[in-house]
Design a protein around this ligand. Structure first.
Ligand SMILES: O=C(O)CCC(=O)C(=O)O
Ligand SMILES: [Fe+2]
Length: 280
């Protein structure tokens, strides 16, 4: 099943209207008044939005893609916050910059720092409506977010996200599209050398549009590598893109702009820090 621009919000509005209709109807019949409708409307949940409806077909399990997961306004607010972070928050690498939020995952565990509210406000309620992290027994929502910024022409080498994280990743893209390449991990190969990595051929690719959400879990997390080629433009026909909607033409050339991605994950092993208060 594929969803076009705006369909998520239409689904939300539909379910919202139906819920409101029934709540107002039941209230009129059973309670005979109108003054409590507002608090009941505030209780509306979007349980009937199902992640399964956004499953990317014909790829290994499991990948989900939601266009227009956030609005343009939310995107702009997030970008403003990302770019108003203190300068030392940025770590500059050869082919991208990043900000780490939530703590540093290590083998021993992560000393958690609460995620700032701006990273949660427009995202967390939707992640929980979609039950994306619900199978994670310990945490039902992410406690870690890595922000990557790629200028046009930058990318990230094929890699796996590894054992520090619960094997689900939810990525929100801001400001520009990119193309994520998925590579089947070949156990006999040593991926530590750059030579091997550049020789790899992606098995398939995914188009990540600005404001979209991508969820990778199961095999796609555990046995596939993902990466972004260092390119300034892409022709949609050049790659085996598996989530193109019917309204997109495979002959399209796209120019990359600066892309910011918010990569939400759960670090299950956390270290509790005891804060000793001096008795004065
Ligand atoms: O920018 C992206 O979408 C991918 C980022 C990524 O793979 C990572 O941070 O591990
Ligand atoms: Fe990654």
């Amino acid at each position: 099943m594929r969803f076009k621009t705006g369909e998520l919000s239409e689904k939300i509005i539909d379910s919202f209207n139906i819920e409101v209709f029934f709540r107002v109807f039941l209230k009129k019949v059973f309670f005979g008044g109108g003054e409590r409708v507002k608090s009941r409307v505030d209780m509306v949940n979007f349980d009937n939005i199902n992640l399964k409806d956004f499953k990317i077909e014909n790829i290994p399990n499991s990948g989900f893609y939601i266009r227009d997961f956030i609005s343009e306004k939310e995107e702009q607010e997030l970008l403003n916050k990302v770019y108003s972070a203190p300068k030392p928050k940025w770590v500059t690498l050869k082919n991208r910059r990043l900000q780490n939020w939530g703590g540093k995952p290590t083998e021993r565990g992560m000393i958690t720092e609460p995620l700032p509210s701006w990273l949660k406000d427009s995202i967390f309620s939707k992640l929980s409506q979609l039950k994306i992290f619900n199978d994670c027994s310990k945490f039902k929502l992410p406690n870690h977010c890595l922000i990557n910024e790629y200028e046009s022409g930058q990318g990230i080498m094929p890699h796996e996200d590894g054992p520090f994280y619960y094997p689900t990743v939810a990525t929100v893209s801001l400001n520009s599209y990119t193309i994520l390449d998925l590579y089947k991990r070949r156990i006999e190969e040593n991926f530590n050398t750059e030579q091997n990595e550049t020789n790899l051929m992606p098995e398939f690719s995914l188009l990540l549009e600005p404001r979209s959400l991508l969820v990778l879990q199961d095999d796609l997390y555990k046995t596939y590598l993902h990466g972004i080629e260092e390119r300034k433009s892409d022709n949609l026909g050049q790659k085996n893109i598996m989530n193109l909607s019917d309204d997109m033409d495979r002959h399209t050339d796209l120019e990359r702009d600066t892309r910011v991605s918010l990569t939400y994950r759960v670090v299950e092993k956390v270290i509790k820090v005891e804060i000793f208060k001096k008795n004065t």
